[in-house]
Write a protein that binds this ligand. Sequence first.
Ligand code: GDP
Length: 193
Amino acid sequence: MNIKKAEYIKSSVSLKDYPETINKEFAFVGRSNVGKSSLINTLLSRRNLARTSKTPGRTQLINFFKINDSFFMVDLPGYGFAKVPAAVKKNWGNIMETYLSSERDKVIFLLLDIRRIPSEEDMKMLEYLEYYKVEYYIVFTKIDKLSNNEKFRQLKEIRKKLVFDNEDVFFHSSLKNTGTTEILDFIEEKLNN
Ligand code: GDP
């Protein structure tokens, strides 16, 4: 799929603020620093559409981007900031549950840093996805940081904590632009289904 047009539409918190659904939409979530903004920017070939540097507190919003005038990509708030107050965490949970439980036709990409064993928060995110029966896929990010051997070993470790089918997983590097076409083609396929 070619991205001909990508425009920021709005940032929302509550359901009533969401833009009206136009099509199946694709949302991205992961712990802060996992490479979410970089991934979105790479997919859209825009250097700075999803800002790469963000401060905790300003990130608790759902950002909607309209692609090719036909569907949304959705940047969900990141989790796992080291020093956020409990109220912010609760707020994050509310924002996330509101989106996940909404009737919008959505596919979620859960981003995991290939170098890390999934955290408790990652596992909680997975539980949310299972609980709300949302269709989701895993994207391992920053794969340029590991050699093929290391990647193989790391996946073995990750699998001790997380069960996944190979066909439900993507490998991506924003630095090397690896895996971008696969994700975009997958999105196109989902839109055409
Ligand atoms: P976000 O907080 O999840 O939006 O993460 P960012 O996209 O801001 O990325 C966090 C940090 O990881 C930044 O320093 C990026 O330059 C770096 N980063 C993101 N993606 C990659 C990648 O694919 N490879 C490498 N080596 N670094 C990356």
